[in-house]
Design a protein around this ligand. Structure first.
Ligand SMILES: [Zn+2]
Length: 136
């Protein structure tokens, strides 16, 4: 089964929720034309990467220590909307940070949400995702 065959079309509005086009917002990071300045920006760009199924971006923004071999996308699952609930550290002058979020999705016709507190750190200057704790 091909992972890319049913990839959703490239959206106009950025999936991450910021009032910008995908091309100018997370798309810029996905294309490698810029780097996330903060842990929250990396979090948003990773949510968008899940939404557009950009496996390469997800892997290169993952801590090499915790990175999986690949990312398997559920073809029945659509990531709809991201809510940032809080953050610690993760700024321009930090080397680590956390971002708590709720990621809304639809799967098999039903709405759901993933509530996670993710950890991020800088790896050679660039923010990477380390791991996350699923909240209730
Ligand atoms: Zn975005």
């Amino acid at each position: 089964m091909s992972k890319r065959r049913k990839a959703p079309p490239i959206p106009n509005d950025c999936p991450c929720g910021l009032p910008a086009s995908y091309a100018d917002c997370c798309g810029r990071l996905h294309r490698g034309e810029g780097q996330a300045a903060t842990a929250e920006q990396l979090m948003r760009s990773r949510f968008s990467a899940f939404a557009v199924r950009d496996e390469a971006y997800l892997l290169r923004s993952w801590d090499p220590e915790t990175r999986p071999a690949d990312v398997v996308f559920d073809p029945e699952l659509r990531w709809d909307r991201l809510e940032i609930l809080g953050a610690t550290g993760g700024g321009l002058f930090h080397v680590e940070g956390t971002v708590e979020f709720r990621a809304h999705y639809r799967a098999h016709g039903a709405a759901g949400a993933l509530h996670e507190n993710s950890r991020f750190r800088r790896d050679h200057g660039a923010w990477v995702y380390v791991d996350g704790v699923i909240e209730d």
